[in-house]
Design a protein. Structure first.
Lengths: 452, 103
């Protein structure tokens, strides 16, 4: 644990993965994770330190309570060694959009770690902590995990309580672990999952044992390979990683079936209506009055002036744009054309996944996480859509609420190779099967040689 | 409907609705960026969505009435301490009534 804190201190100047490192963490409690050092994304509330969601509008905010996921980790004996950087409120795929500056990818310091849970991914890839908590709204656990050569588990919507997660899009947000191994991800999910009276959207289903079935064979399992996503627009290493993973699972005895899903552009279009709409509503609570940062205003200014000044100073440009976009699609005259249409498209997307699973009697789907490896810091800053398209293979799963896991599955070629991930997706609440397939793939894939 | 294109006045009106300031020199860039996204999402127009039910959330949880019982809660001082400006045991805000009460 002290080793983790020392390593965080030694490496953070280069990586900027942590926004805060806690010293003197205290004695761990006994429990299944006793003594495990963990890092927590800064949009997840902890009583210790700051919980700003990477936004100036929450500057100095200290949560008076622990998020349920954090409280359960602490009860299980884990020790929180710090909070990690993110794109403001989780809105981004690069961890460049934070008042703390960009986080760097340990595989290549000129490149992004992905996002929005980029600080958590960078910390795990650098060997500082074995596990960090992230949150995933449209890919924010899976994409950084893929770009850093890690396992990133997005549980089924409602499997983990959102209590204490600073809301971005409430119908999509999920907390989950980023780790180096499937087993560690399973151990952490086992602890943080399950009903919570503080979150009425958290499922009341009991959590099955995720660990004993982990090593079971996958002989009788049927895996759908989403061939339509092996597009020429992907980096060739992405398509190779998918083919290689399919071959490994077939070697292990699984049956691989080609399946098609709706064009992923539909999911992106739906997501960039639904998520900003929910964000515009969730972020209305930040007013400069009750918590966070309050703008300095003249004595004769009105309450409305205070709201506008505090929000304009407090939110970064991308957050302001998403609030405006969300407000637009919800406003009178546009609501039916945008928001209602998107909610219907969301149903089509979920039905499409259900159809694929049912028609082919599948246990899991195999598909890309991202179209390519980690990109350079600043590379996708100019074109707003370029960054949105980074989520092309992850947002559909989020809209459908399904559990998914990003797994390291290969490397790019060249003198500075970068990790490539693949994504496995399962039926709702079937994390046991998802993790079992992931563990099999992990066993058969070449190990990641993490940078020292 | 004309997807995408936004007039400067529309952007200003939107900003007001969002309780945000949109200074003049940012309006064109904002309008262009919003239009790019709105142009992209317009591809949903090509979908046949007749008879498809909206899906605002995916959860299978339903609303239930909880038992009305007191539980642990944060005390007043803890909550007041979160506020950037307090006066005695009140959160301080600008005048909301009469002149200057723009809210």
């Amino acid at each position: 644990m002290n080793a983790a804190i020392d390593r965080a201190g030694a490496l953070n100047g280069r990586l900027n993965a942590f926004t805060q490192i806690f010293d003197s963490p205290g004695a761990p409690r006994p429990g299944p994770l006793s003594g495990m050092p963990v890092a927590i994304k800064e949009n997840i509330c902890t009583r210790r330190g700051l919980s700003t969601a990477g936004s100036r509008i929450l500057e100095g905010y200290r949560s008076p309570f622990d998020a349920t996921a954090v409280a359960r980790l602490l009860d299980a004996g884990a020790v929180v060694i710090g909070k990690t950087n993110l794109d403001e409120f989780g809105m981004g795929s690069s961890t460049e959009h934070s008042p703390h500056g960009p986080t760097r990818n340990p595989w290549d310091l000129d490149r992004v770690p992905g996002g929005s849970s980029g600080g958590s991914a960078s910390a795990v890839a650098a060997g500082i902590v074995p596990v960090a908590l992230g949150s995933d709204t449209g890919g924010s656990i899976r994409q950084p995990a893929a770009l850093c050569g890690l396992v990133g588990l997005k549980p089924t919507y409602g499997r983990v309580s959102r209590y204490g997660l600073i809301a971005y899009a409430s119908s999509l947000d999920v907390i989950g672990p980023i780790s180096r191994t499937v087993t560690e991800a399973a151990r952490v999910l086992q602890v943080i999952a399950g009903p919570d009276e503080h979150d009425s959207t958290c499922s009341k289903r009991p959590v099955p044992d995720l660990l004993t079935s982990l090593e079971s064979p996958v002989e009788n399992l049927r895996i759908g390979l989403v061939r339509s996503m092996l597009s020429g627009a992907n980096h060739p290493a992405v398509n190779q990683a998918i083919e290689a993973s399919a071959a490994r699972l077939a070697d292990a005895g699984a049956t691989i079936v080609d399946v098609d899903l709706l064009d992923p552009d539909i999911a992106i279009a739906t997501y960039y209506i639904v998520a900003p709409a929910e964000a515009s509503s969730n972020l209305a609570r930040f007013d400069g009055v009750r918590y966070g940062r309050r703008a300095a205003i003249p004595n004769d200014a009105s309450l409305d002036d205070l709201y506008r000044a505090s929000r304009t100073e407090g939110f970064g440009p991308e957050v302001r744009r998403r609030i405006m976009l969300g407000t637009h699609v919800l406003s009178s005259g546009y609501y039916d054309a945008y928001y209602l249409r998107a909610l219907k498209a969301r149903r089509l997307i979920r039905n499409d996944f259900d159809r694929a699973f049912d028609t082919h009697a599948l246990h899991a789907l195999l598909m890309p996480v991202t179209p390519g490896p980690a990109f350079r810091i600043g590379e996708k800053d100019k074109d707003p859509l370029a960054l949105y398209l980074e989520d092309v293979y992850t947002v559909g799963v989020s809209l459908a609420g399904l559990p998914a896991i990003a797994m390291p599955a290969g490397m790019t070629e060249g003198n500075k190779p970068l990790p490539i991930g693949v994504q496995l997706v399962a039926r709702p609440f079937d994390e046991p099967t998802l993790l079992r397939v992931a563990r099999t793939l992990e066993r058969l894939s070449p190990p990641m040689n993490f940078p020292a | 409907m004309d997807h995408g294109a936004l007039e400067r006045e529309q952007v200003q009106r939107l900003a007001r609705l969002c309780r945000l300031d949109a200074p003049d020199h940012e309006l064109d860039d904002l309008a262009a960026r919003l239009a790019a996204v709105l142009g992209y999402v317009a591809r949903l127009d090509a979908l046949n969505l007749d008879g498809v039910l909206e899906m605002p959330h995916v959860g299978d949880e339903t609303n239930v009435l909880g038992e009305d019982r007191p539980g642990p809660q944060l005390d007043r001082q803890t909550l007041l301490d979160l506020s950037p400006q307090i006066f005695d045991c009140f959160v301080r805000v600008p005048k909301v009534l009469g002149e200057g009460g723009g809210a």
